[in-house]
Design a protein around this ligand. Structure first.
Ligand code: GLC
Length: 419
């Protein structure tokens, strides 16, 4: 029988398009931002050089303003919607016009720290450093216009947790009138009952068309968006990336970038306190338009443990995960929530990338047992159910796309964490 580690390597090779990796054949035929950065962490276990290329390719498509787009459409493929013609971003190689969780700074540091020969990869790290720093600078300049210390997403797709319950209330504010007729493609590859609804899709597209009408001027989009949400998970990833980038910049002699990123991290960490909910024992998202915290105890607020939150907060998050416990942890929404939907994408299912970041953060915060439970549960899930895009947290049923790249990458990481 093939080991899960060999299986994971086979999947990563199968989805490799030379200089970037597709998340899975059919459903997602291009390069996705956070998928690629996390994929590199898997690739490093069998081909370090290829892992660096994955991130370098992504940054070749960084916009002059500093934004790194959420999708790079390297090749034409009609199997995906919305494609380049809908985004119409006017880039040499077409890209989308929004971004995704800024995990690159974390991934870069991990690649560097675990490199077989750090001196050999130092020039590659040094070349990526200012590019990632420019992305972080863009985030705080355009997505935190009032200098609150935390950034907002302006489209649910930016969060990476597309149809999370977290977005329901702010998303209701997004109109659906006037959008061009369209045909979805995701529901041709996966069960429509496991995907976002039509009402959500109409709103996703309304926002895209609205931003396109503003010529994708990223300095204008935040204020022009009816959807502005401060997601603790998204911010935790950015703040961790800032702190990691600062450390790496120090090592590589860029004390200017180190100071800048350290300041972003410190200010953001202080502001995270405003998202803490003692009642839920975790962080919550804030609707920036109304100023209200959103009453949804999702995995976004647990993912906050990925950045350097206070140790007592991390301990409470570990308890909250136990309290919500499903057979496979960590459910994207707890089954106790009446809106929980075990099979619908980000409204209940387990996703291995999120597990990985929560486990990493908890381990760093001294919650080694809680981290080990997530690692063990994640590997059980794969051994029992194979490599899918996401899973029912109660039955373990594999859902969405199959032979999924980042799931495979995370398995290699989890195996190495297990020791
Ligand atoms: C879905 C996920 C997103 C991911 C993309 C490619 O849109 O919600 O997080 O990046 O698929 O795997």
């Amino acid at each position: 029988m093939t080991s899960i580690s060999q299986n994971a390597i086979d999947i990563l090779r199968e989805n490799d398009r030379g200089t970037y990796t597709v998340p899975t054949k059919g459903l997602y035929p291009f390069q996705w931002n956070w998928d690629s950065c996390l994929t590199a962490l898997g690739q490093r276990h069998f081909d370090e050089n290829r892992a660096w290329t994955e991130i370098e390719t992504l940054f070749e498509h960084q916009w002059p303003c500093g934004m790194v787009p959420h999708i790079v459409f390297h090749q034409k493929d009609d199997g995906y919607f919305p494609g380049p013609d809908i985004w119409a971003t006017d880039r040499p190689v077409p890209t989308s016009g929004i971004t995704q969780p800024a995990v690159a700074g974390f991934a870069l540091k991990r690649l560097f720290d675990r490199a077989a020969d750090p001196a050999q990869v130092a020039p590659r790290a040094a070349a990526l450093l200012p590019k990632i720093a420019a992305w972080h600078r863009w985030f705080f300049a355009t997505r935190d216009p009032k200098g609150e210390g935390l950034v907002a997403i302006i489209h649910p797709w930016e969060s990476g947790r597309d149809n999370s319950i977290d977005w329901d209330i702010p998303f209701d504010r997004v109109p659906t009138d006037g959008i061009a007729p369209y045909t979805r493609r995701d529901t041709q590859h996966a069960d429509p009952a496991h995907r976002p609804t039509k009402a959500q899709y109409d709103r996703y597209l309304w926002l895209v068309e609205h931003f396109r009408a503003l010529q994708w001027d990223t300095a204008r989009l935040h204020d022009a968006s009816p959807f502005q949400v401060v997601d603790p998970g998204f911010n935790a990833i950015l703040l961790r990336a800032c702190a990691d980038l600062a450390d790496l910049a120090e090592t590589l002699g860029r004390s200017d970038l180190a100071a800048e990123n350290r300041a972003f991290a410190a200010r953001g960490l202080a502001a995270m306190e405003g998202l803490w909910s003692p009642d839920h024992g975790q962080y919550l998202a804030r609707d920036r338009v109304t100023g209200q915290l959103i009453d949804s105890a999702s995995v976004g607020g647990l993912l906050a443990a990925f950045c350097a939150i206070p140790a007592d907060r991390a301990a409470i998050i570990a308890e909250t995960i136990d309290r919500h416990a499903t057979r496979y942890r960590v459910a994207s929404h707890p089954p106790q929530d009446p809106r929980f939907d075990a099979k619908r994408y980000w409204r209940g299912p387990v996703w291995l990338v999120v597990n990985y970041m929560i486990a990493d953060g908890l381990a760093r915060a001294g919650q080694a047992d809680a981290a080990a439970r997530i690692t063990a549960s994640s590997l059980d899930l794969i051994r029992e159910n194979g490599f899918a895009e996401y899973y029912d947290p109660q039955s373990g049923e594999p859902l969405g796309g199959g032979r999924f790249t980042w799931t495979a990458a995370m398995v290699l990481e989890f195996l190495s964490m297990e020791g």
